[in-house]
Structure formats: C-alpha cells, structure tokens
Design a protein around this ligand. Structure first.
Ligand code: M6R
Length: 607
C-alpha cells in the first residue's frame, strides 16, 4: 500500500526521495509525488502511474530543497490521477498519508462550510486543510498537528512539512507503521526500514498513537496523550534490505529460487538437526492445556494456516478453526478459555489480521504470530512470535514467505503433538527427518523449471484454470489458483477434489486446464477418480505427482510433472514450488508486471 518517505538532509533531497520511493515500489502503488521546501516555500511534483513518470516530471522542472517528503499512492479514495497523488497541500503545509480517514466526508463538509475549496477526491486532503486551519489561527506546527490528530478517525501514518520550517518534519502513526531513521546530521522518516536502508541502519519505530517531531538534531516522540515518550533505536540489518534481483529477471523468480536456503534457515531455528527433535523457544502457554487453536490470516498466509489445521488436528489432536481475518474480525466468534490464537502474516502489517489479533486478545486468548518482519505491528502485539527467516520478500506474490510459514507450522504441530502425548518421540524423529529433507526436494523441483515453463506456455491461452487437491494438499490447490490469477490475470479457482461433483464440474470442457495436485498418498486413488471424471469430459489434466503416481496414471493426462517422493507430511512444502513456477511462467508469457501486478499491494494496511 502507500509508501512514505521523508528526509531532513544537507543536500537537495529530491533524488534521494525518488531513490527511497523506488524501494517502496514493492508495496504496490499507482501514482507518486514529492514535495520539498525550496527557499522555505513548498514545491511539489506529482505524476500518475509508475515512478518513471515522476522522474520525468523532476527532470523536466527540477526540485530544489534539503527538506522533503515523498509518497507512492495506492488509490483508495479517488482515481490514481496526478491531482489525487500525494503530497497534498494547503496553506503552509504538505502532507503524505498511508491509510484511510474514515469520516473524511464529515470533515470535508465542515471545511467546505467554512469556505475551504478542495482540489482532490482524496480523504487525505482534509488533513492538510485541518492543519492549515490551526496554523492560520496562530498555532505552532506541533500544536496544530496534535489538535488535528485527535480529530482523525481511521488508520494512518503521516509525514508532514511546513513552509518556512526547514528544520522540521512531523510524523504520526495510528494503525499504519512508521519508522524514524537516524543519520549523522540527517534524519529520515519511512514506511519501513527498507525505504531507509541506504541512508541508515539506525531505526526507531513509532508506537501506536505516537507522533514524532524531527529536526536534523534528532527526534522527540510523544504518545497519544502528548506525553514525551522514549522509543528505542534498533540497528537493523540494513544491507539485507537492499535487496536486488541478482541474476534473476524478477524478484519473484529470485524468491522462488531462494526457497531451499530460507526453508533450511527457518527449520534450523526450530529443529535440532542432529537429534531430529523440535526445539521451539519457551512459549507463554502450555500446548498440553490448549483447548483450541484459532488461526487467522489473509490470502496466501491463510492457506498456510489451513495447511496447519490438517497438521495440528492429525498430530496433536487439537481442534483448529481457520478463518480469513476480514471475516473473522467482525463475526464475534466465541473463543474458548485456554485457546491459542495464531496469526500469520509475511508483512506483519495486514490491517485485517492485526484487527483479528486484537479481537482475540480482548477475548482472553493466548496469541502467537508467525511473521516475517520482526519489527512489525503484529509481531509487537502478540504474546509470542515464531518468525520465519525468509528474508525480505519484495515480489507482491508471496512465495518464500509461504513455504517458511509452512515450515514453522509444521514444527509447531510436532511440538504440540509431543506436549499433548499424541506423538511419540520416534514419530517426532520421523517427521523432523522428513522436514530436514525438504530443502533438498525443493532444489530438485527447481532443477526441472524448464518443464514447468513448457506447461505454463500450454495453459496460458486458457480463460479459466481449475486447481484440485485433497487433504493437506487442498490448500496448495487454493494457493496455486491465487498465484496464477494474481500475477497472470488468468481466472483460476482452487477446489477440494471431492467438491468437484457438487458444482465446478459443470465448468469442464476441452478449454479448461485442470491442475491436479496429488502425491501418491493415502488419498491418491480418490483424487485420481476425480481426475478421471474431468478427463471423461474433455478437461486438460496437468498432474503434479511423484514417480509412483505418474507411473500409475501419467498416460491419461495432458501433462504430468514429476515431483520427488517424500513423506506425505511435508508434501505441501514441496508441491508449493511447482504451483509458484507455473504461475510465474504463465505471467511471463502473458507479459504482465510480475513483481507488481496491477491493483495489488504487498502490504495491505487498510481493510
Ligand atoms: O503480509 P501478509 O502475509 O499478511 O499478506 C497477506 C496477503 O495480502 C498476501 O498473502 C497476498 O494474498 C499475496 N499477494 C499472495 O501472493
């Protein structure tokens, strides 16, 4: 979603702002802009579309000034036009905003009645006018912002500069993250540490409700009650955030290829490779006493959660409820005493997941987050976290974060099974042994990428694609369909294979490829029966299976992709790879913007 950057520098800041905005591109955006103070006066350049358009604006007319803010906008209120692009200005102030001001219509009416003229369709413009109204009435910038913050309802992060105030920038946070970067003689504001990585690795994070007054000499933090606050400076692994594509054409390709390494890294945090035992950090709850798990997440992370459900129920005999966070947060679900709420999120900032987490806390649940960004809001809200060690994921389509989430859930399910006495030590060693082999199996799949490229070519003229899976592989069918539609824009749906006859089979004809995810496990024969039903109606079957599965049924398919045989427990981690590669190559053939597909944002910080 929207990205914010601000710099109090010593040289003209427009080029640095543009550079920082480039690193925020991965969040998803459809227009961008920069405002600086040129000899104390606010000046701005904005452009619809990609940053290259803003760059052209800047090359055409330049923008001086050593104090500035920049923004990538993911449109919520108003089309992605130049006029609606941030920064928004009113007399004496320029504002960049990530989030939504929920009651902006009321505020707009109030201001319009006072004679204010609005020039955009955005919710953000009210903030600029409200602050301006306070400034014109004689308030100092900090007082003006403090008054206005108390009037705002919704989720937001703000960056604000003021005409005539070269050594001042104010940031504020409610619901959307904001980081402060400490340079030698410069100060920075950013939506995340990735934006600030080339400037500094010393970063502090605003807490919920905070605002911060930045000068070149440092930062003063205030909480929502205007009380001075202290926020710790962390040394981030800034160089790790300077992610580049290496030899890959897209971040997504690089991130798919990194999976053997990052899955291995994540597993090494949670299992003892020598003894084949799970080794979780101390938890603030007892698995043995838990009555139920409630897993909430969005998109791909929710499919990781659904896979986890199969594992926890089977190995730990623990009842699990899984729901997408946007539904869960409003349905007032009754939650049991001694329940554990698990939230899963790559970014740790997804608004619905965060809200679901807060609901679970209010209901007295223990809370645990599986997050990739350790400094994120979700990580900070949870009683405990089990991070994934996927490294920065830049492609909008989640790939390596997903398989690392699966790795964490798999370890948790084993730990729960041991604690609850439903898994023996011998079974634990067997399952951990299977997990340890996953990076090798994933590497093996990656070696056959060219075959998946051919399969992708053969399906990408289709209008619709179905994905079928059963049991623990059903979530991989859902994930495969999501991956394909989000990056190739080909319509795809995932179904439990057994559901086919209850409706979806009506869609089958010779133009519909059906991707069947079916390792030779205890459900293989049942899935194959469903596959035959598809074949009988002319459907084009693409079968992902192992050697035995392929030998048994490979000749009745349109295409068969062979996957190394593994313990059925770990198949979801391995079968995730071909569905990712199939989607990736289909998108490349379709010529879409693979890393930043249209309309999508990497981190969905509004509901
Ligand atoms: O950052 P999160 O894991 O909370 O994000 C959740 C979803 O927005 C995300 O998985 C989304 O579905 C991806 N684009 C899927 O590839």
């Amino acid at each position: 979603m929207c990205g914010i950057v601000g710099i109090l520098g010593n040289e003209p800041v427009a080029p640095q702002l543009l550079d920082a905005l480039r690193r925020l591109e991965y969040r998803g955006y459809d227009s961008a802009g920069i405002a600086t103070l040129e000899e104390g006066e606010l000046a701005r350049r904005r452009a619809p579309g990609k940053l290259v358009n803003l760059e052209k604006e800047l090359n055409g007319t330049g923008l001086a000034g050593t104090t500035g803010i920049g923004h990538t906008r993911w449109a919520t209120h108003g089309a992605p036009t130049k006029t609606n692009a941030h920064p928004h200005q009113s007399e004496g102030v320029a504002v960049v905003h990530n989030g939504i001001i929920e009651h902006f219509r009321e505020l707009r009416t109030e201001l319009t009645d006072e004679g204010v003229t609005f020039s955009t369709e955005t919710d953000t413009e009210v903030i600029a006018h409200l602050i301006s109204r306070e400034l014109v009435a004689g308030s100092a910038p900090r007082d003006a912002v403090s008054v206005v913050l108390k009037r705002l309802e919704g989720a937001f992060a703000l960056g604000i500069i003021f005409s005539g105030k070269q050594d001042l920038m104010i940031g504020a946070r409610r619901g959307s993250p904001l980081a402060v970067g400490y340079g030698e003689t410069e100060m920075y504001l950013g939506s995340d540490a990735i934006a600030l990585a080339p400037f500094t690795n010393r970063v502090a994070f605003l807490e919920e409700g905070d605002y911060v007054i930045l000068t070149r000499g440092g930062a003063d933090y205030f909480d929502e009650n205007d009380k001075p606050a202290t926020r710790d400076i962390h040394v981030t692994q800034a160089t790790a955030y300077l992610a580049d594509k290496g030899n890959h054409r897209h971040f997504m390709a690089k991130e798919i290829a990194e999976q053997p390494e990052v899955i291995g890294h994540t597993l090494s945090e949670y299992v003892d490779m020598a003894t084949h035992r799970v080794r979780l950090p101390e938890m603030p709850f007892d698995f043995a006493k838990l009555t139920r798990l409630t897993i909430t997440a969005c998109g791909t992370a929710s499919y990781a959660g659904l896979t986890g459900k199969y594992w926890f129920e089977k190995f730990a005999r623990l009842p699990v409820e899984v729901d997408i966070a946007s539904e869960f947060r409003y349905r007032e679900a009754p939650l049991p005493e001694n329940g554990l709420a698990i939230v899963i999120s790559q970014s740790g900032e997804t608004a619905d997941t965060l809200a679901a987490l807060k609901y679970c806390k209010e209901q007295g649940q223990h809370t645990l987050g599986i997050v990739n960004v350790r400094e994120s809001s979700i990580a900070r809200e949870c009683d405990a976290i089990l991070p994934t060690f996927a490294g920065p994921e830049i492609g909008v389509a989640s790939t390596k974060a997903f398989t690392c989430q699966l790795a964490v859930l798999a370890c948790m399910a084993i730990a729960a099974g041991r604690a609850r006495g439903t898994l023996s030590e011998e079974q634990e060693r067997e399952l951990v042994g299977a997990l340890i082999k996953v990076p090798r199996h994933v590497s093996e799949v990656l070696r056959h990428e060219d075959q998946l490229e051919d399969i992708a070519k053969s399906i990408c003229s289709a209008r619709d694609v179905l994905y079928l899976g059963r049991g623990v592989n059903f979530p991989i069918a859902l994930e495969g369909a999501l991956k394909l539609k989000e990056i190739s824009y080909i319509h795809a749906e995932g179904y439990a294979a057994g559901e086919l006859k209850h409706g979806p089979i009506a869609l089958i004809d010779e133009n519909v490829p059906v991707v069947v995810i079916s390792p030779n496990d205890e459900l293989y024969d049942k899935t194959v029966s469903n596959m035959q039903e598809v074949a009988a109606r002319g459907g084009k079957i693409v079968l992902f299976t192992d050697e035995t599965g392929a030998d048994a049924n490979g000749d009745s398919t349109f295409q068969t992709f062979r996957i190394p045989a593994a313990h059925c427990f770990v198949n979801p981690l391995i079968y995730a790879i071909p569905v990712q590669l199939l989607a990736y190559h289909a998108a490349v053939f379709m010529g879409t913007d693979v890393d930043q597909p249209r309309n999508l944002a990497k981190s969905v910080t509004v509901e």
